[in-house]
Design a protein around this ligand. Sequence first.
Ligand code: NCD
Length: 341
Amino acid sequence: MTAKPTKDELRLLSSRDRLLHLIYTQQLSRGLLEDLFVVAEKARGMYASGIGATFLQNCLPNKRALLYFVQPSTRTFLSFQSAAEILGISTARVTSTSTSSEAKGETPLDTVHVFAMYHDLIVMRYPEAGFASKCAQYFRERDLPKHIINGGSGMDQHPTQALLDVYTLHREFYRKGGIDGKRILVAGDLARGRAVRSLIYLLSKFEDVKMDLVAPASLGLHDDIKEHMHENEMPFRESENLMDFIGEADAVYMTRVQDEYDDVEPGGELDYDRFSLTPASLDAMSPNCAILHPLPRRSEIPVSVDSDSRARYWEQVENGMWARVALIAHVLECDLRIKTA
Ligand code: NCD
């Protein structure tokens, strides 16, 4: 895991109230989150009409974005590409270091420097936890007015997934008192799931949110996030069995076992049923509970749950695109135009 970013490091990633780069989930304040939700709602409403869609298309026609995704991705990649296109930004993609000059021995920072000469924004999914942050520092030292958004950094962080997860919860609880005070259960691979790690950071920005953590002992949440919960007085309970807490949850966030990292930290033989939705756990769940998942899912949510009125994971995908529209509009400074249109 990466070291916790210092206050100074976080400060240098913004200029006044505006993010220059989004590298860490910790950069998203509650005020900014609420502002992004307003822009996301406004943009999706506008897009429904031809005139509104054309307005959005004309927001950033002179900007270019590179999607530099060297870890597998379809939904996050397409979500960013669609979000950029909605705002009139043209996009290019690089999906492997073997097709860039890194294969000829170029340093990763030189490679990104070249990308920045052609593009205003680089959305980056990279296996090394600290790389996006290194790039932001590199741009700062060279006064390059370019932006980076972290689209997933190894096992560490996935701030835009957390943003869309919280946006989904915001929409869900909008008429039910908001996210404050809710009890959220997260289940699965809490050790290596960057999406769930980032989500907990973000939920700590709300008042009185209570967490229930359900994971096999070998894949429990790491101490860095537990310390963060302690520091933010965020109560949590832990169990290895979903049935222990599921009846009390306002939302259940299921995750996949991240076995692509098994050579790093073996997950071992697991009884997946204890971390999967079963007829018994669905029966125990409240009728108003929302079921979320960052996707891709495996057996932790059987396909039969798709028709359950509590399933929100498909809407969550769509919400992701609008949350990213709002974020890109913020970073590239056209959010006010959208809000006041
Ligand atoms: C997540 C990821 O890549 O971290 N997926 C995503 O971005 N929607 C979760 C996962 O891979 O399990």
